[in-house]
Structures are given as structure tokens and as C-alpha cells.
Design a protein around this ligand. Structure first.
Ligand code: URA
Length: 445
């Protein structure tokens, strides 16, 4: 089937045949579909959508575009984790070693920054020497020995997603249920997990803006996982405000180390503990959620999770001295402190604008293959609900290029709102979707 016919069909709102979808995935994988045709089809999918059957076919074809890792000879249920992408979302970097410290084997193939959201691989690469490109043999050996591994897709794991992900990042084609579901699930099905805990971000800084959209994405991924024999659960979590206080690659690694030492921002810890609890339960390492939560908290406070993280850094070639001395991470030459224009209470910090500001500072990409500035980003000195006095620092921007600062400043100035009354207390977890049903804690809109 000719690429142009598939593009036209989707442009006109037709459902694609399995054959057309397979030809697209094959063409993207072997390079016979050039970037411009792949991008055109991606945009048509964003605009016209895909039905559940097309989405399942696309996921299946992408998962089969490379190898599917067999981890069955490692004892126990292997539990993967993935987020649909947020701002300041560094949860995977903490959670993989934390769950491993609780006895769970965590195979984890991650992505790079996507649109205004950061990527686990870029963050990890801020640790000098850290290798995210392991061979399949190294991945399996590390999982067997340490219990966790954070890597990028090897050349043979869901290579179609690798190409499409990089294209979507720079062509405005991220925000699409079938594209996100197939991207996440193709990697997860190929990486060897027997169960999955997914974090579907919802809100201003997420690709799914409303709970109803996030819920539909969660349902889609649960049904794809379940149909493939992988027990899949999705939390729907709020992403109106950046998670934690650090946004930007090296800055986020420093914050991860704080949490692994038993400190750090409360929202980040809450999410890590919530998702960690379910990973421990799905791995059948604790009989109840309460006991699983106690295990997770103990692994954080005892230093066991930090020790696992250190072992992972060493094993993946990173400099382990950053663990005790984060000043060894790349640091930006320049910083700009933004102060409160008035006294009051912070009522909002818009995650989308903050994410765009981080990209403007150099922490993300404008074009496919751009290098990222690992040291650039920002630190939120104040978050919603916190009181400020006029002139007090509210945000700090770290950068190396003054032109980039000029692009970021209008975004951050608009992002932070100071009012007279604290905002309403909103739950971080909005819903939980799994193969036995679902609970929405916030009414779907
Ligand atoms: N994470 C992925 O792997 N893919 C997406 O499309 C979004 C988040």
C-alpha cells in the first residue's frame, strides 16, 4: 500500500486496515517511509483519531517491530512502570531502585524528553558516564544481578516507537490517545514486564488535559495490556503544577537523591509511595497494600533504595560520587532569581508554561537530534498554597545562554500566580483504572 494513500485515508477520517498500519510501521522501521510522510500520517492520526481496533493493531505492530525480551527465567513477576509524561516527573528514577530494594524486578525502558515534558534518559545522562544504551545481554544481566535497569530502547526493542517518538517530539503530534497508548504499550510489551503500573498524567502540563481523556487513555492501555497477558494498572494523577520543585535534567537528579535519602517534596514522595505500593503488590511481595506501603517507606528511610540506585549507577558506568556529592552533576554558569511582585499566597504554577520555559532554557529539544543542556532548568522556591512576601525569591532559572533566558522569562512570569487566598486542596491521585474495574476520585469532566 502506498504511503500517500494511507495518509489520505486517515486525513479523510477513514479507519485504516491492519495491512496499512503494518506497512506504516514497517516503513518507519526500515526507513522506507521518509520522515515527512510519517509526520503527515501522525498529524492525520492526531486530528482524526483511531478506533480501539486500529490502536491495538498499531501497538501490536510497533511491539513486533523488534524483539520481545523474554525474562521468564528470572524468578518472580517482573513489574514495569511508565508515565505518559509530565513536568518535573522524575518518579521512575526513584521508583525503579526503590521497588528493586523491596525485592521486585523492574525492567524499564524509558524515553527522552517529549514536547514540553522531560525524559528519564536525558535526566540520567546528566550523571557523568551513565550509559542508557545497553545491549540486550547487559540489560538482562543487570536485571538478574541488581533487580533494576533504566535504559533506552535498544536498537531491537520497539524501533518503530523510537523513530516515531523522536518525530512526534518536534512535529506537534504528541497529544493523541492512540499515539500515546501505542507508544507506551509497545515498549512495555517488548521490555519483558509481567505486570505494569502506569501513571497517566492529567492537567495543564500533561498531554491529556481533562480527567475524561486521561481515563479513556488509561482504559485503552489497561485493555491492551490485559489482552496481551500483562496485568496492567493505571493511576491518573494531577499534572497542573510541576511535580516536586526541580525541572531540568541534572536538577531533577539532585531532587531524586533527596527523596532517596528520605527527604524531598511531599507531592513527589506521595506519588512514589503510592505507585511503589502497587508495584510491590503486583509482584506479590506483600499481602496487603498497608504492608506494601510500609516496605516502601522502610526502603526509603533505611537507605536501601539509595544503595540500589548507587549500584545501578555503577553498573551503568555512571560516576557514583554524585550520590554523595550532587555538585558533581553538570551545573549552569548563570542563574536568574525571579522574585514575588507582591505579597500573598501562590495560587498556581502552570506546569505547561514551566515545561516550555525549561525547553526554552535548553533542557529540551526544538528539533530532532538537538543536544540538550543537561544543566539548564528551574527550581520552584514556592509552590501553590505557600505564602510569599513582595521581593522574596519564588523561582530560580539556571541557564548558560542569555538569549535562552530571554525566551523563558515571559513564560515563567505568566506561570506563577499570586493571590490573596490559598487555592483549594486538590488530590494528587485522580483515579485508578485496572483489570477489575476503576475508581475515579475526582468527577470526570
Ligand atoms: N511516553 C511514551 O513512551 N510515549 C508517549 O507517547 C508519551 C509518553
Amino acid at each position: 500500500m502506498r504511503a500517500v494513500d494511507t495518509i489520505r485515508a486517515k486525513r479523510d477520517g477513514d479507519a485504516l486496515s491492519r495491512e496499512a498500519i503494518e506497512a506504516f510501521v514497517t516503513g518507519v522501521t526500515d526507513g522506507s517511509w521518509p520522515d515527512y510522510q510519517a509526520s503527515a500520517l501522525l498529524m492525520a492520526i492526531v486530528l482524526k483519531g483511531m478506533n480501539p481496533v486500529e490502536t491495538a493493531w498499531l501497538t501490536d505492530a510497533m511491539a513486533r517491530s523488534g524483539d520481545r525480551v523474554d525474562l521468564s527465567y528470572i524468578p518472580g513477576i517482573k513489574v514495569g512502570k511508565h508515565s505518559t509524561g509530565g513536568v518535573g516527573d522524575k518518579v521512575s528514577i526513584i521508583l525503579a531502585p526503590l521497588a528493586a530494594a523491596c525485592g521486585v524486578t523492574v525492567p524499564k525502558m524509558s524515553g527522552r524528553g517529549l514536547g514540553h515534558t522531560g525524559g528519564t534518559l536525558d535526566k540520567l545522562e546528566s550523571i557523568p558516564g551513565f550509559r542508557v544504551a545497553l545491549s540486550l545481554q547487559e540489560y538482562v544481566a543487570q536485571l538478574t544481578e541488581i533487580g533494576c535497569c533504566l535504559i533506552g530502547q535498544t536498537a531491537t526493542i520497539a524501533p518503530a516507537d523510537k523513530t516515531l517518538y523522536a518525530l512526534r517530539d518536534v512535529t506537534g503530534t504528541v497529544e493523541s490517545l492512540p499515539l500515546i497508548a501505542s507508544s507506551v504499550m509497545s515498549k512495555k510489551l517488548a521490555e519483558g514486564s509481567g505486570a505494569l503500573v502506569l501513571d497517566v498524567k492529567c492537567g495543564r502540563g500533561a498531554f491529556m488535559k481533562r480527567p475524561a481523556e486521561a481515563r479513556a487513555l488509561a482504559r485503552s492501555m489497561v485493555s491492551i495490556g490485559t489482552a496481551s497477558g500483562v496485568r496492567t494498572e493505571c493511576f491518573i494523577t494531577r499534572m497542573d503544577v510541576p511535580l516536586g520543585r526541580a525541572v531540568g535534567n541534572a536538577l531533577e537528579i539532585t531532587e531524586c537523591l533527596e527523596v532517596l535519602r528520605g527527604h524531598g517534596p511531599v507531592d513527589l514522595i506521595e506519588l512514589v509511595v503510592r505507585l511503589g505500593t502497587r508495584m510491590v503488590r503486583l509482584a506479590e511481595k506483600a499481602p496487603t497494600d498497608e504492608e506494601a506501603t510500609a516496605m516502601v517507606r522502610q526502603a526509603l528511610s533505611s537507605g536501601a533504595a539509595l544503595a540500589k540506585f548507587t549500584a545501578m549507577v555503577v553498573r551503568q558506568g555512571g560516576d557514583p560520587r554524585v550520590v554523595d556529592d550532587p555538585s558533581r552533576l553538570p551545573s549552569a554558569a548563570l542563574s536568574h532569581v525571579m522574585t514575588a511582585p507582591r505579597s500573598g499566597v501562590v495560587t498556581a504554577v502552570d506546569a505547561l508554561l514551566v515545561g516550555r520555559a525549561a525547553v526554552a532554557l535548553g533542557a529540551g529539544r526544538d528539533q530532532k537530534g538537538d543536544a540538550v543542556d543537561l544543566s539548564a532548568g528551574l527550581l520552584l522556591r514556592k509552590k501553590p498554597g505557600e505564602a510569599v512576601t513582595a521581593g522574596e525569591p519564588v523561582m530560580e532559572l539556571r541557564y548558560n545562554d542569555p538569549v535562552r533566558l530571554a525566551a523563558a522569562l515571559p513564560l515563567v512570569t505568566q506561570a506563577m500566580v499570586i493571590g490573596d487566598r490559598p487555592p483549594a486542596d486538590e488530590p494528587l491521585v485522580l483515579g485508578w483504572v485496572h483489570d477489575r474495574g476503576e475508581t475515579m476520585f475526582v468527577v470526570s469532566a
